[in-house]
Design a protein around this ligand. Structure first.
Ligand SMILES: [Zn+2]
Length: 319
């Protein structure tokens, strides 16, 4: 089994700390690989200038088995008091992860930020899931990959939501498909940009312009800011099966048959882009629909192509 701490580089000067969390879901090893690629690059660049970068494994036990989770989804249990989940495998992972984070906070010589790295079962480009964190938004705005609003708030019990409540700036990355060989590379490119934005390492030392160019090539044609307007929940016994071939952020039309379940065809309620089509057995979300947004919600009403009311609160049961 991998250690909780994959690597850490600490600069001589004080500065911010970036904590990279990988494999909160054990079937997402691309984040681990991406972090290790970054470590090799930092190694050859002679480490970092100031502050610190630490990479952690989220769910060690599930990663060792290549499973999304063992008892309960580790990224859905952070809304419970620790005692309530203590007997779950994920409760133990959470406790150990929190202790590790506490240690990082104690030795930090500046603000601590967390980048939580995920991958999806479907193919597609990388994108950030932007929540309530100011640092997360500012950082996401400066990364050349699409940003998705409204997803973070509708999934409860996430590490990101818990970090928000602790006042720790954070951002979530969906780097691409679990199995896409490009996912570790994109993870590393985005982390390089982030480290450079934070001033933890110089842009030249880790070839930031090259990373930026590679990401732009992949994401240039996509809407830069998207808002979630629909979620299709999957319940046990639904026999939900996506139609093959849907990539993340593929355009879809109202009425298009996206999947089948025991009730028959599942159609898209509106025209937009599909997000996170479910191509694995474990999961409670069949797919999401996003539409372009022009602004953040606080700046006034969003102006999506069409707003859906079909949304149901996500992830309230832990089953
Ligand atoms: Zn994940």
């Amino acid at each position: 089994m991998r250690d909780r701490v994959l690597f850490s580089f600490r600069g001589e000067e004080a500065g911010p700390t970036l904590v990279i969390v990988t494999a909160m879901h054990g079937n997402e090893p691309a984040g681990v690989e991406g972090a290790l690629r970054l470590a090799r690059r930092l190694e050859s660049a002679g480490g970092v200038v100031g502050g610190e970068v630490v990479a952690l494994v989220g769910h060690r036990a599930a990663l060792a088995q290549g499973r999304r989770f063992l008892d309960r989804d580790l990224n859905r249990i952070w809304r419970y008091p620790p005692g309530q989940v203590a007997t779950l495998q994920e409760g133990r992972e959470r406790r150990d992860l929190t202790r590790t984070l506490a240690g990082i906070l104690r030795r930090a010589r500046g603000p601590v930020r967390v980048f939580d790295i995920h991958t999806t079962s479907g193919l597609g480009p990388p994108y950030t899931v932007v929540g309530d964190s100011d640092w997360g938004r500012i950082t996401a705005d400066r990364l050349p990959v699409p940003r998705v609003l409204g997803l973070a708030r509708r999934i409860s019990g996430t590490l990101s939501g818990w970090l928000d409540r602790q006042g720790i700036g954070n951002l979530v990355l969906e780097a691409g498909a679990h199995t896409d060989p490009a996912s570790p590379r994109r993870t590393e490119e985005i982390l390089r940009l982030t480290l450079s934005l934070m001033g933890i390492v110089g842009s030249k030392e880790i070839e930031v312009p090259e990373a930026e160019e590679a990401l732009l090539r992949r994401c240039r044609h996509l809407p830069p800011l998207l808002e979630l307007v629909h979620r299709h929940p999957v319940r046990p016994g639904d026999r939900f099966e996506m139609q093959p071939g849907y990539e993340n952020l593929a355009p879809i039309r109202e009425g298009e048959v996206l999947a089948h379940d025991r009730r028959g065809p599942v159609r898209s309620p509106l025209t937009g882009w599909i997000l996170m089509p479910l191509y694995q057995l474990q999961g409670e979300d069949g797919f999401f629909v996003v539409v372009p947004a022009r602004r953040y919600p606080e700046d006034g009403p969003l102006e999506p192509a069409r707003r859906g009311d079909a949304f149901q609160s996500a992830g309230d049961g832990i089953a």
